[in-house]
Design a protein around this ligand. Structure first.
Ligand code: LLP
Length: 382
């Protein structure tokens, strides 16, 4: 039974909805800021994980920076009061209007992924009489051992500049008068629960730092991206990852130059555990081999199970009957609209309230209106 959920208050509440535990979010953010603060590290929240206003305002109040991947994200960050000097803008395909918007906003840096992109930023900045600050997104070829859809740091990925191209890129920058090279940017993947790949990343960063030093190129910022994973299986036992151990890996392995800043772009680890998708059982249907609990949330509300075979813990919050096995499925016309197969749940019936846990990251923000379904609303803890 999910006693931590205010189920009694939800009798009249239409489902499905995203429920956000702001207390847990606050504790998570305070822990991150404390642990990062020990080493003077800067934390940017990766807005792509969840751009819900209530969550963003908690970040903004605590002075986190923000990592954006579109012009609209940059605009939203500025509108919500994030300090433009703490906004970074990454993305492999930045459109001209997005670059212009970010230049006008005076963001801290563009994380740049290719020479053609550098040339366009140089030209657009020149037209405005500005110098654009950039960090080069380097593909460090570190295997993050995560799901292949969310690995990003390998040579065959579309992201970043490959190591053998760095020299060419640096030579190009020398001829671009409206570009200011501020630092390097990396991101090796997402949902990384073993800290070893981050150590591998540090080693690559150190090698690159030596290369830049030999050429007398000063780098102000080393941005190591995000990717720290969470425990989807035991969200109550591990409501937040071990941030202390995570930051320690960088502290112990990164060889920094005097005055260098280290930036992080954490998404999932900040917001995943505070969010649950709350849904009601519409029908329980006997199948040939199984019982289907058909709920009123669908893959359009939470696409991770369908898209990545991702696991989200499923809990019946209102029943304490005898345990049985249920396939928990949504109403969308796709066989992949399934949140879990053979899930152990107490005796489940129409009207029961079900929580799909750890849905605060890449849940609401990846929702669609497929089948013309409405977007799920959000509800916050008191
Ligand atoms: N920085 C960059 C450059 C990124 O590409 C990402 C995530 C992050 C930071 C934040 O990573 P995080 O700390 O959240 O792992 N939709 C997928 C995850 C896609 C991650 C994309 N990049 C999912 O639902 O698992």
């Amino acid at each position: 039974m999910g006693s931590k959920f205010p189920v009694a208050q939800w009798e009249q509440q239409p489902t499905p909805f995203y429920y956000y535990d702001l207390k847990l979010l606050g504790d998570t953010l305070d822990t991150v800021m404390h642990e990062a603060g020990k080493y003077g590290y800067h934390v940017h929240y990766a807005m792509k994980a969840n751009a819900n206003d209530g969550l963003l305002s908690e970040m903004q109040q605590r002075g986190l920076g923000i990592d954006c991947v579109s012009g609209n994200e940059v605009r939203k960050a500025i509108e919500l009061g994030f300090d433009s000097s703490k906004v970074v803008y990454a993305g492999v395909g930045k459109a001209d209007w997005e670059i212009n918007l970010a230049l006008d906003a005076g963001i801290f840096a563009f994380n740049v992924e290719s020479i053609p992109e550098l040339e366009v930023i140089n030209e657009l900045a020149g037209k405005k009489g500005k110098k654009a600050s950039v960090a080069l997104r380097i593909n460090p070829n570190v295997n993050a051992n995560t799901h292949h859809y969310i690995t990003t740091g390998l040579e065959e990925n579309k992201f970043g500049i490959n190591l053998w191209d760095v020299e060419k890129v640096v030579n190009t920058i020398a001829g671009l008068s409206n570009i200011q090279l501020e630092g390097l940017h990396f991101h090796i993947g997402s949902q990384i629960t073993d800290l070893e790949p981050f150590k591998g990343l540090c080693i690559k960063v150190n090698e690159l730092q030596d290369w830049f030093e030999e050429r007398h190129i000063a780098l102000k910022v080393i941005n190591v991206g995000g990717g720290l994973g969470i425990d989807y299986h035991e969200p109550d036992m591990h409501p937040m990852p071990n941030f202390k151990a995570y930051f320690e890996v960088f502290h112990q392995n990164l060889q920094l130059r005097p005055g260098q800043e280290v930036h992080f772009e954490l998404g999932r680890s900040l917001v995943a555990q505070c969010g649950s998708l709350i849904t009601r059982v519409l029908y329980v249907k006997e199948g040939v081999n199984t019982k289907f609990a058909i709920v009123d949330a669908g893959m359009n509300d939470l696409i991770r199970p369908a898209l990545y075979q991702a696991y989200h813990k499923i809990q019946n919050l209102t029943s304490n009957g005898e345990i049985g096995k249920y396939d928990v499925v949504g109403p969308v016309c796709e066989s992949s609209d399934c949140f879990g197969k053979a899930v152990d749940m107490p005796y489940t019936k129409r009207g029961d309230i079900i929580a799909l846990r750890s849905a605060g990251a890449y849940g609401e923000i990846m929702a669609s209106r497929y089948n013309l379904r409405e977007f799920a609303k959000s509800v916050y803890s008191e």
